[in-house]
Design a protein around this ligand. Structure first.
Ligand SMILES: NC(=O)C1=CN([C@@H]2O[C@H](COP(=O)(O)OP(=O)(O)OC[C@H]3O[C@@H](n4cnc5c(N)ncnc54)[C@H](OP(=O)(O)O)[C@@H]3O)[C@@H](O)[C@H]2O)[C@@H](O)CC1
Ligand SMILES: [K+]
Length: 486
């Protein structure tokens, strides 16, 4: 698990570390790491640094300082380095070093470029880029498009124009879109959540010795393969289908039988051996998945270790009764889609409050708004945490980088998201998989994180093969589980 810290926490750690080091050491470490990464990229793409055309965009703070010191290092290796100074007040020592190494000031982006180094703003940036910087970024984007996608864009610490602490991008047209972001000391939320995560491109973390000085809890954590593999319920040879956990699905309706099938497909790819389906789509479920035991209602189904409720369930009287039956069970419950619509008017407040086992809700932004009264807004992590605390439930807030927030204040960002998942029915697959993980005994936050991770991988695998439907995502789940858990 990697943590991401907000700017204030990074600054506090930096201060504590700097107190033990000679002045300027951290910037030298950061700039050296940045120069190394830039040289590596030039080497990979163009075979070397010598003669390559590099443009440094330098803002008024230390972010510009990092960029100009790195530019100086590249100039010393023979690169043709120009710098656009975006403020009258720029980091003096690094500018001098750059000029001494052969770098030259430039008024505007001009001609063919191989590499742009974005040192406009780092963790000191606030709001959308100011006019001058925004104009240069827009001009660089236009020139890049005309030049067939060249140059490579490297953001220093964060892509300029994003909100570091939230991952929001107030003006996407005027924010840098990086191929690679070279960041220092620790990840920041902008690298892992919201639109800013997409603007960051590949994120490369340079160690500057900060780790031991980050004493606060990270704002958000990011799982990797080893977390998922470590958490995934393993099967002892003595397990039978019951000890592996039974997941119950109260999903689908006459109007939406497909949602039942997709949620079952998701559940079958999880670690549990036994899936019970309770609903009006029993016939299609049995036909398509003969191993699933079906009944027409939650009341008639036997026991389960977790219930999934809502995907395609509808919002009629019958659906309300099924939701009440699910909420009354003493086991973990996932509320998705129509179940979220049904709880939005507050009519289920009491049964929800009375639950002792975990509740997980899986809203997209509009469903979130129905429950919370407003869309998540700029700070998706904070919004999800607030709702989690308010409802005493784990919130899985869907998005390009799905956020999982728990009532204990922990928050996670899923790194495997894919735009391919923004298509009808993928949420049903996710809910089924999540149900299986809960029935398999994972604590709710981990189950939600692991389900989002594997589901995201499946989305990517499906997208590699062409236009993606929820059926394609379900079909890739087994492969995704194998990849994530080995
Ligand atoms: N922390 C660490 O461990 C290390 C940090 N290091 C580096 O330092 C960086 C932080 O440097 P920093 O504090 O000087 O701030 P930074 O991000 O350069 O920009 C602030 C300036 O930008 C301006 N500005 C603000 N918003 C703006 C906007 N929307 N549009 C346009 N301009 C805007 C604002 O101007 P002002 O409001 O003052 O006019 C302010 O002066 C950090 O990201 C990393 O690269 C490494 O060297 C070593 C280890
Ligand atoms: K930057």
């Amino acid at each position: 698990m990697k943590g991401a810290w907000r700017a204030a926490d990074i600054r506090a750690a930096e201060k504590a570390l700097m107190a033990k080091l000679p002045e300027g050491t951290l910037m030298q470490r950061a700039a050296a790491g940045l120069a190394r990464r830039c040289a590596g990229l030039l080497h990979d793409r163009f075979g070397g640094v010598y003669g390559r055309r590099v443009l440094v965009l330098a803002g008024s703070g230390d972010n510009g300082g990092d960029a100009m010191y790195a530019g100086a290092a590249l100039a010393r290796r023979g690169a043709d380095v120009r710098v656009i100074r975006l403020s009258d007040r720029i980091h003096g020592a690094s500018y001098k070093a750059l000029v001494a190494a052969g770098g030259r000031p430039a008024p505007a982006p001009h001609g063919h470029l191989d590499l742009v180094v974005d040192g406009i703003v780092g963790i000191g940036g606030r709001g959308a880029l100011r006019e001058r910087a925004a104009a240069v970024v827009a001009e660089a984007v236009r020139a890049r498009a005309e030049d067939g996608g060249a140059p490579v864009v490297v953001a220093v610490d964060v892509p300029s124009g994003v909100e570091v602490d939230t991952g929001d991008v107030p003006d996407p047209a005027a924010a840098v879109r990086a191929d690679v972001t070279v960041t220092f000391g620790a990840l920041k939320p902008a690298h892992v959540v919201g639109a800013a995560a997409v603007h960051s491109g590949l994120v490369d973390l340079v160690d500057i010795g900060l780790a031991g000085y980050l004493v606060t809890r990270p704002a958000v954590e990011v799982p990797d393969h080893s977390d998922i593999a470590g958490w995934w319920p393993s099967h002892a040879s003595t397990d039978d289908k019951y000890t592996r956990g039974v997941v119950g699905l109260a999903t689908g309706s006459d109007g939406y039988p497909g949602a039942a099938l997709l949620s079952v497909a998701g559940a079958l790819a999880g670690p549990t051996g036994y899936v019970r389906y309770a609903g009006t789509a029993q016939e299609s479920v049995r036909e398509r998945f003969p191993s699933v035991v079906t009944t027409d209602s939650v009341g008639a189904a036997g026991r389960a270790q977790a219930w999934v409720c809502g995907c395609g369930l509808g919002t009629d009287e019958r659906a309300v009764g099924e939701l009440r039956a699910v909420l009354a069970t003493p086991v973990p419950v996932i509320l998705d889609a129509d179940a979220l619509t049904l709880i939005a008017d507050g009519s289920m407040a009491q049964p929800l409050r009375e639950r002792r086992a975990a509740t997980v809700i899986t809203p997209h932004d509009r469903e979130f708004a129905r429950i919370a009264g407003a869309e998540p807004g700029a700070d998706r992590v904070e919004a999800a945490l607030r709702l989690a605390a308010q409802m005493n439930a784990v919130v899985l807030l869907k998005g390009d980088r799905t956020v999982v927030a728990a009532p204990d204040g922990s928050a996670f960002a899923n790194p495997t998201g894919s735009a391919a998942l923004a298509t009808a029915g993928t949420g049903d697959v996710l809910a089924g998989l999540l149900g299986s993980l809960l029935a398999g005994g994972l604590p709710a936050p981990r189950a939600a994180v692991a389900a989002a991770y594997v589901h995201g991988l499946a989305g990517r695998l499906a997208a590699e093969k062409g236009p993606t439907t929820a059926v394609d995502v379900a079909a890739e789940l087994r492969e995704a589980v194998t990849l994530a858990t080995r």
